[in-house]
Design a binder for this molecule. Structure first.
Ligand code: CP
Ligand code: NVA
Length: 309
């Protein structure tokens, strides 16, 4: 049966372990200059309805570096933009491609794609989730800290798509996740409820940023207004100002705290320039790991390496 990654709840703990292990192997091979061709003859399609630098290029580079090919099309250039039903597009593309990555607004649209496609469908970001981002992020935390367990992982800012994927990861991997968000910008309640319902992980939401940052091992932030929320930018700026990741905040955290950001970063808004460029920041390694993790994801989905669910 084909496997999709639409949210991180599509993966079990063992699946995460397999992906981490494989991503690290592929990273090492890449560093040694070994040219792999596991995906020769395979084609990744990417349909993106929102801007992207890292996700698009790391998926494309991953495919090429594993011997395969990728084809990108902006959603606006497809017949979907002229109302061809998603279910028709999904069935046709399944005849051309081996795997499909979609970046769009609606999670429902992505799920409809996955329902009607015979090939694996990957969520490359929706308004609700960014699962592949967090897979790469977890790999980075593991590399820096040896493990994701027994860490206080603090999210600072908007309870958005990336935060939701962290919540799902915490639920599956039994993480200690604290989210510090302004009132009114907490994560989606139904996503929280589903995650907490899994009974794993200590996931708490607060608007007390000092309490959230206290002794944190990881501090993660993201933009205050995500793609699609551009018209809320100025209203959000005012509300989110106390939620900046800056030097003062880092003083409350663990001495060897790592600072993460999925990028693109808005210096002087959600993160200060000195922290982004400072010794605690691991954002460039984090961005690099998207490449290695996407290789593992593509290989596992295309080759049908057993995943638990
Ligand atoms: N982090 C991330 O998804 O970046 P892009 O929007 O550039 O793909
Ligand atoms: N929350 C951000 C993430 C960008 C990678 C957005 O959706 O725009």
């Amino acid at each position: 049966m084909k496997k999709d990654i639409l949210t991180l709840l599509d993966l079990a703990g063992d699946d995460f372990e397999k992906l981490f292990k494989r991503a690290l192997e592929l990273k090492e091979r890449h560093k040694k200059g070994i040219a792999d061709t596991f995906l020769a003859g395979k084609t990744l399609g990417l349909i993106f309805d929102k801007a992207s630098t890292r996700t698009r290029l790391s998926f494309e580079a991953a495919m090429i570096q594993l011997g395969g090919t990728s084809i990108f099309i902006s959603a606006g250039d497809t017949q979907i933009a002229r109302n061809e039903p998603v279910r028709d597009t999904a069935r046709v593309l399944s005849r051309y491609l081996d795997v499909l990555a979609i970046r769009t607004y609606s999670q429902d649209l992505l799920e409809e794609f996955a329902e009607f496609a015979d090939i694996p469908v990957i969520n490359a970001l929706t308004d609700l989730y960014h699962p592949c981002q967090v897979l790469g992020d977890l790999l980075t935390v593991m590399e820096c800290k040896g493990s994701c367990e027994n860490l206080k992982i603090t999210w600072v800012g908007d309870g958005n798509n990336v935060a939701h994927s962290w919540i799902n990861a915490a639920a599956v991997l039994n993480l200690n996740l604290v989210l510090a968000c302004p009132e009114g910008y907490f994560p989606d309640q139904s996503i929280m409820k589903r995650a907490l319902g899994k009974g794993c992980g200590k996931i708490t939401v607060t608007s007390d940023i000092a309490e959230a940052a206290k002794d944190a091992d990881v501090i993660y932030t993201d933009v205050w207004a995500s793609m699609g929320q551009e018209d809320e930018q100025s209203a959000r700026k005012h509300v989110f100002e106390p939620f900046q990741v800056n030097k003062e905040l880092l003083k409350m955290a663990s001495r060897d705290v790592i600072v993460m950001h999925c990028l693109p970063a808005h210096r002087g808004e959600e993160i200060s320039e000195d922290v982004l460029e400072g010794p605690h920041s691991i954002v460039w390694d984090q961005a690099e790991n998207k490449l290695h993790m996407h290789k593992a994801v593509l290989e596992v989905l295309i080759k049908g390496v057993d995943l638990v669910r």
